[in-house]
Design a protein around this ligand. Structure first.
Ligand code: PDD
Length: 281
């Protein structure tokens, strides 16, 4: 695989980042995951805008313009022949000479920019989407700025392991009695013709797929209600689903051992997936 590091396209085995990089030592970095379908980037502008916002919230300088970033994405898709898959991008505050809690001088320490591709044939025609996924609930003990897409993914990663251990696919996180989001996706339920999902705030990541799906709701003759909800309310819903750049719209068929409806993906979630895939290609 050819990867990109700070201005260079290299074989992955030759790509290097300093051990003093702030992301390695302090998780001081942000990332984006953009999907590729039919060799084309999905929603690049949305991801670029959110990246800019993450960077500015953390006072990390943009490593290049968003047009240059688009060129790098396209070049990597081409070099690695990606038809379906994802592009991972990470920007860190860079590598100062030593470990220090104080931010380094941005004049001397430049941000690190890394991108690599993930080839995932069959991403759109996923078998998981036909079966639906099962989730458990876990406490949301993450920090208070989940709107910034940082690389602090230890707890989401542990959450995924808790799910695997429980014999299911993923976990929904709960804070003060209400669902925030999935370990790496936004969470929704459907009751009647209404899609319910938590409103945007610093408590959740502002999903790019979320924005698109809510825009397409009207096309599926559905209404959107953005508000807090509990696990119990979602368990009594007709359907549930998650969204992310790597799963698109993925039906959820079981929450904490309780099956939703018939325990198979519901027609509305599947319709939303279809519309999302049609419209964003
Ligand atoms: N995760 N919430 C969290 C906590 C996420 O990590 C993600 C994305 C989302 C969905 O955002 P979007 O629709 O923009 O992908 C919501 C990516 C895919 C990841 O970590 O791999």
């Amino acid at each position: 695989r050819t990867v990109y590091v700070n201005g260079e396209y290299l074989p992955e085995t030759e790509a290097k980042v300093s051990i003093f990089d702030r992301a390695f030592l302090m998780a001081d970095g942000v990332y984006e995951v953009t999907s590729v379908l039919d060799g084309k980037l999905i929603d690049f502008d949305g991801h670029a805008k959110r990246l800019q916002r993450s960077l500015s919230e953390l006072d990390i300088a943009a490593p290049c313009t968003m047009d240059e970033l688009l060129d790098i994405h396209r070049e990597l898709v081409k070099l690695n022949n990606i038809e379906e898959g994802m592009i991972y991008l990470q920007v860190t505050r860079g590598a100062p000479d030593d470990r220090d809690f104080v931010f380094p001088d941005p004049e001397t320490t430049k941000p690190t920019l890394v991108l690599f591709t993930q080839n995932k044939p069959g991403l759109a025609d996923s078998p998981a989407a036909k079966k639906g996924i099962k989730v458990i609930s876990i406490d949301d003990i993450r920090w208070g700025r989940r709107d910034i897409k940082t690389v602090q993914l230890l707890y989401p990663s542990m959450g995924k392991m808790m799910a695997k251990k429980a014999g299911v696919d993923d976990a929904w996180m709960v804070e003060d009695g209400f669902v925030t989001e999935g370990t790496s996706n936004n969470a929704y339920f459907i009751k009647g013709n209404k899609i319910v999902t938590r409103a945007l705030s610093n408590d959740i990541l502002h999903g790019i797929t979320r924005a698109a799906v809510l825009r397409f709701a009207a096309e599926a003759q559905m209404e959107v209600e953005e508000r807090n909800f509990t696990i119990e309310e979602a368990q009594q819903a007709d359907e549930a689903f998650i969204t992310s750049a790597s799963t698109f719209v993925m039906p959820v068929v079981e929450i904490d051992g309780v099956s939703l409806g018939e325990g198979v993906p519901g027609p509305r979630a599947l319709r939303l997936r279809e519309i999302y895939l049609d419209e964003s290609r």
